[in-house]
Write a protein that binds this ligand. Structure first.
Ligand SMILES: Cc1cc2nc3c(=O)[nH]c(=O)nc-3n(C[C@H](O)[C@H](O)[C@H](O)COP(=O)(O)O)c2cc1C
Length: 216
């Protein structure tokens, strides 16, 4: 695996071959990339809606009408489309669920270790509750998962399209997100590009190293 080659050759796919489906074992790895993404205090404040049927993709595509119509064919023609959503709040019962999972996964030597970890996580959440930015914080964590998904797709030879171009209110209503205490963060389409994907042929453009790095 040549990491730099992969980084420089992945691209945002603008048109998909609707006939090509991602094989199930590859999809399973992509979903694991989401599940194993890191998050602050292991909060995992996300939920992912995965669509691989025409019906599921049509539901998501409702949010790419009007202003965002340019994204509709990407949603409809991709093999799989994932809505990455973030929790609006992190209530005590959710933090308890996290502590229980870490216990089940063998993270704690004893009750004191568990209590300390729980206190630390609750403290961090409390700071964000005081600052009134829990939802912003959970969205940030969810974008980390997006990064993991995009890099994993590239490593597995799967094309992808991250999309912020959608109507969040329409998508929330369609998926009943508010009732689940969730908000949409970003949509990622996955599959294989078609000949109509103009971005596959364009050179990449990035700011030069000297513009974005300061060695101090
Ligand atoms: C968070 C995010 C949102 C994006 N939203 C869209 C979008 O709605 N539609 C689209 O075609 N591309 C979208 N892009 C793709 C960017 O335009 C693209 O990543 C950027 O131009 C760099 O090109 P590359 O991904 O081909 O390297 C988005 C990218 C990111 C990371």
């Amino acid at each position: 695996m040549d990491l730099l080659h992969t980084l420089k050759h992945r691209h945002t796919t603008k048109a998909y071959d609707s006939e090509r489906k991602i094989p199930a074992p590859v999809v399973a790895q992509l979903l694991e990339a989401l599940r194993y993404s890191p998050s602050s205090v292991n909060s995992q404040p996300w939920h992912f809606f995965v669509a691989d049927t025409a019906e599921g993709k049509a539901r998501i595509a409702k949010s790419t009408s009007g202003t965002f119509a340019f994204n509709a064919p990407r949603v409809l023609n991709a093999s799989h489309v994932i809505v990455l959503s973030a929790r609006n709040t992190l209530p005590p019962e959710y933090l308890q669920t996290l502590a229980d999972q870490e216990q089940a996964d063998g993270r704690y030597a004893d009750a004191d270790a568990r209590a300390l970890a729980h206190k630390g996580r609750s403290g961090f959440v409390g700071l964000h509750e005081q600052a009134g930015d829990v939802a912003t914080w959970t969205q940030k964590q969810t974008y980390i998962a997006q990064g993991f998904l995009l890099l994993s797709a590239a490593l597995l030879g799967v094309d992808a399209t991250p999309m912020e171009g959608f109507d969040a209110a329409i998508l929330s209503k369609e998926l009943g997100l508010a009732e689940k205490d969730l908000s949409p963060a970003v949509i990622v389409a996955l599959g294989y590009h078609s000949d109509a994907d103009f971005n596959a042929k364009l050179p990449k453009s990035r700011l030069p190293e000297k513009a974005i790095f300061s060695h101090i």
